[in-house]
Each structure stands twice: as structure tokens, then as C-alpha cells.
Design a protein around this ligand. Structure first.
Ligand code: C2E
Ligand code: CA
Ligand code: CA
Length: 450
């Protein structure tokens, strides 16, 4: 009897060791490859699986999808992190259940999921994903969800999992910028754009330190008083290799937040120029400066502007701030409060690109502003033959009725100028009179009037 018990004990111990090793390995595997919230694979899992798939040669069509929940952060804030986790779990389950078994579904991070799907009908699956993830029910409550979806179609030469994921990410970024739909497909043009943006982002900070951003001044002609020297300050980037146009970097800087620094830098440069002109001619031209709508999300942003004015001993009412009309119709900000704050600091305000931003007339009446800048698109279509067909006359009439000054932008020929003069437009800005000029050249234009 005793003789038999020893091998049994050894056997049990061995069995125990083997089992606990399996358990340990499973634990290690889970830690390395399984997402604890959804039970799906994680990023590492996805990389391994997709790499396996790439080595198998097959003729089927595959797509890499990257999904991201719209405004998930505010979701978490509103309902709490526990609900957030449950939503992620449900979404993971939902995706697994609506997609074919062959699909690889993983959660990469926070609210970002990756899917590798083999199918010849991607539109069908996009519709299914969009439709079946609209609502997630947890307990008694139903939560409405929207997904951004970036799609990349794999090609024969794809062999690197990371490149494929990057391409779907580029498509996802594009999906987030769409207005009508939340879905976007990768194409090489976007990639070029992304690379260009990355290049700009890598040099922008240093460029600011190197004083590569210059202020140009485009004269504004006061039709009632030609001796009144006015200008709009416009930024130009003299990079080492080329001059980069604002249209290439302003939208990007608005996206990445760098515009906040750049605008203040330009504003300070303008103040320096005003001080210089004051000491040289004892007269200060009236200059307007563009202020991006991104400042409106920064509490007390205008105090920074006022501080700069004070630093240079200037008076705020010599300086006009241009804010775009589209910024005044944004639900996320209180434009009345912002305008009140700007006015409290004594600045003049003009509404830029007027006519393109769908602000209501009643709003215009209640906003305490000084000037309307009529967008170039209205000036472009001035047709002398059909003077009543253009709403410029209505805008000018209405602006004057409200006691506001009007500037017409982008005036390029005499016919436009004459037409606008006939409507009593107050200021003219455009290539017909002058392009934006370097400080010294602008000074030469203004000289006779000082
Ligand atoms: P914007 O504020 O509407 O400025 C007017 C734009 O029209 C300028 O382009 C100007 O050069 C151009 N322009 C003026 N007259 C004519 C004309 O007769 N014909 C044509 N075809 N164009 C004319 P620019 O300098 O390229 O600036 C583009 C936009 O970039 C500006 O539009 C403004 O929104 C933004 N921007 C420029 N500088 C700054 C800045 O310092 N801060 C911010 N936040 N935005 C700026
Ligand atoms: Ca402007
Ligand atoms: Ca404008």
C-alpha cells in the first residue's frame, strides 16, 4: 500500500505542475494578446494575425478598417468610465457577431477598433456596421453611438502590418473631417497631404523662433477719405526653401493649435510696426489683424491681446480684430460673450468673409461689431449688366442701416470699383489697388499721406 502511494503523489505533483504551467502560460498569453475590456484580441494580437494572413497567398479582396467612436471622451464624462467600459465591451461583441467568423476584430486602444475583413462587398459591411452599432443597450438605458470608419483596401504588394494599419488610420482621420458621412477610404492623395502636414508640423516651432513668419500689409482704401491709411495684416511664411502660402498652413495650424501662438506673434509684430510708424511719422495707420476662431475656446484669450497692446503703449481702438463670420455661428461657443469681452478691451471688430457663414440678420443686429467685410465671392460675380442681381447692394444697405462700415474684399478691376463706389461701400481691398506688401513697401505707399 505504502509502496503505491509514492508514485501517485509524484504523478499528482507533476500533473499539478503541468496544469499550473498551462494556466500561467494562458495568463501570459492573455496579458500579451487579449484586451481585458472586450475579450477581443488587442493590438499585438491583430499584428500577429494580420502578418499571418499576409504570408498566405490568396486572391481574395481584403480590407483593413479602423473604427473610432465619435465623441467618446464626452460620453465617458457624461455617463462615467464604468458605463464607457460596458459600451466598449458591447461594441466589441456586436462587431464580432455581425462580421464573418473569418474577420479579425481587435481593440487597439481606448475607443479605437481594428478589423481585417475579407469580402468583395465592403459597402455592404460598412452599412451593416453603421446600422447595427447605432444603439447599445446597457441595463435599462439605450445609448446612441456613431462610428467613424477609415477603410483601406489591401493590394498585392502589402506585406507589412504596420503600414496597412497606418493607411487605415489616415483614412480614419479623413473620415473625422467629413461633413456628410463618417466613412472615408484611403487614397494616395491623402497620404501625400498627410506627409506634407507632418513635414510642416516638424518645422513650425523652429520657424517661429527663426522669425520666418512675416507680416504683409494689404492696403484698404477708404473711399470717403483717401488720406486715411488702412491695411489688413496677413501672414507670410518665408521658409528656407520656399514661401508657403497661408492656405497651406492656416487650416493645419487651426487643427493642431499652433495658430494660437502664431496669431499672437503676428499681432505683436503688428504692434511693433505701429510703434515704429508712430515714432517715425507721428501717425498710426489703421490696421486689422486676423484672429482665428480657435482662440474662442481659450478662456480670457483677449486679455493676452490687451497685454501686448499695453506693452507697446498703444491704444486698442486703433486696432481692429477680424473674426470670420463662420465663427459666429458655432454652437459650442457663446459669441455674444466673446464679442462683449473683445469690446470691453476696446478693440474694433470686423466680421470677415461676410455672406459665407449663414449668420442671421437678427444676430448681426445684436452683435456689437464695427465692420462687415463682404466676401470676395460676391465681388467676383458683380455684373454691371445686371446690377440688381447681386446681393452686395442689400448687404451694404443693411450694414449702413445698422451703423456698420463695409469693406469689399478681392476687388480686381475698375468696373467692380465703380460699382461699389456707386453703392457707397466704405472701403475697398484688392489687387486692383494693391497686393499685400512687405512692411517697407506699404510704408512707401502710405508716405504721401503722412
Ligand atoms: P482673408 O482674411 O479673407 O484674407 C484675404 C485674402 O485674399 C488674402 O489671402 C489676400 O492676399 C487675398 N486677396 C486680397 N485681395 C485679393 C484679390 O483682389 N484677388 C485675390 N484673388 N485675392 C485677394 P492670403 O494672404 O493668402 O490669406 C488667406 C487666408 O488666410 C486669409 O483670408 C485668412 O483667413 C488667413 N490668414 C492670413 N493671415 C492670417 C493670420 O495672421 N492669422 C489667421 N488666423 N489667419 C490668417
Ligand atoms: Ca481677413
Ligand atoms: Ca476675408
Amino acid at each position: 500500500m505504502e509502496k503505491n502511494i509514492i508514485p501517485i503523489i509524484i504523478l499528482i505533483t507533476l500533473l499539478y505542475m503541468v496544469l499550473s504551467n498551462i494556466k500561467k502560460e494562458k495568463k501570459l498569453y492573455n496579458l500579451a494578446y487579449i484586451d481585458p475590456i472586450t475579450g477581443l484580441g488587442n493590438f499585438n494580437f491583430f499584428i500577429e494575425k494580420i502578418t499571418e494572413n499576409l504570408t498566405k497567398s490568396n486572391n481574395s479582396t481584403s480590407y483593413m478598417l479602423m473604427l473610432d467612436i465619435k465623441k467618446f471622451k464626452s460620453f465617458n464624462k457624461k455617463y462615467g468610465h464604468e458605463v464607457g467600459k460596458l459600451i466598449l465591451e458591447s461594441l466589441g461583441n456586436r462587431l464580432s457577431s455581425i462580421l464573418p467568423d473569418s474577420a479579425i476584430v481587435s481593440r487597439f486602444s481606448s475607443d479605437v477598433f481594428g478589423v481585417l475583413l475579407t469580402s468583395s462587398d465592403i459597402d455592404y459591411f460598412i452599412d451593416i456596421i453603421t446600422d447595427k452599432t447605432k444603439y447599445i443597450v446597457i441595463g435599462e438605458q439605450s445609448y446612441s453611438l456613431q462610428l467613424y470608419i477609415g477603410v483601406y483596401k489591401l493590394v498585392d504588394t502589402d506585406f507589412d502590418a504596420y503600414t496597412i494599419i497606418d493607411k487605415s488610420k489616415i483614412a480614419l482621420e479623413l473620415a473625422k473631417e467629413q461633413i456628410v458621412t463618417n466613412v472615408a477610404f484611403y487614397n494616395s492623395d491623402i497620404e501625400k497631404q498627410v506627409l506634407k502636414e507632418q513635414e510642416i508640423e516638424s518645422i513650425m516651432e523652429q520657424a517661429l523662433l527663426n522669425n520666418e513668419f512675416k507680416v504683409f500689409y494689404q492696403p484698404k482704401i477708404d473711399l470717403n477719405c483717401p488720406n486715411n491709411i488702412c491695411a489688413e495684416a496677413l501672414v507670410r511664411w518665408h521658409s528656407k526653401n520656399r514661401i508657403i502660402s497661408p492656405s497651406e498652413f492656416i487650416p493645419l495650424f487651426e487643427k493642431n493649435g499652433f495658430i494660437l501662438k502664431l496669431d499672437l506673434y503676428i499681432f505683436e509684430e503688428v504692434c511693433k510696426a505701429l510703434v515704429f510708424w508712430k515714432s517715425k511719422y507721428n501717425k498710426i495707420p489703421h490696421v486689422s489683424v486676423n484672429v482665428s476662431k480657435e482662440h474662442f475656446y481659450v478662456k480670457d484669450f483677449i486679455v493676452q491681446y490687451a497685454k501686448i497692446v499695453k506693452k507697446y503703449g498703444l491704444i486698442n481702438h486703433n486696432i481692429e480684430l477680424e473674426i470670420t463670420e463662420s465663427a459666429t455661428v458655432n454652437d459650442n461657443i457663446d459669441i455674444f460673450e466673446i464679442i462683449r469681452d473683445i469690446k470691453k478691451q476696446g478693440f474694433l471688430i470686423s466680421i470677415d468673409d461676410f455672406g459665407t457663414g449663414y449668420s442671421s440678420l437678427s444676430m448681426l443686429q445684436s452683435l456689437n461689431i464695427d465692420t462687415i467685410k463682404i466676401d470676395k465671392s460676391f465681388v467676383d460675380v458683380i455684373d454691371i449688366q445686371k446690377p440688381n442681381k447681386n446681393i452686395i447692394q442689400d448687404i451694404i444697405f443693411l450694414a449702413h442701416k445698422l451703423g456698420l462700415k463695409t469693406v469689399a474684399e478681392g476687388v480686381e478691376n475698375k468696373a467692380q470699383l465703380d460699382y461699389l463706389k456707386g453703392l457707397n461701400c466704405d472701403f475697398i481691398q484688392g489687387y486692383y489697388f494693391s497686393k499685400p506688401l512687405e512692411k517697407e513697401d506699404f510704408e512707401q505707399i502710405g508716405k504721401p499721406f503722412y
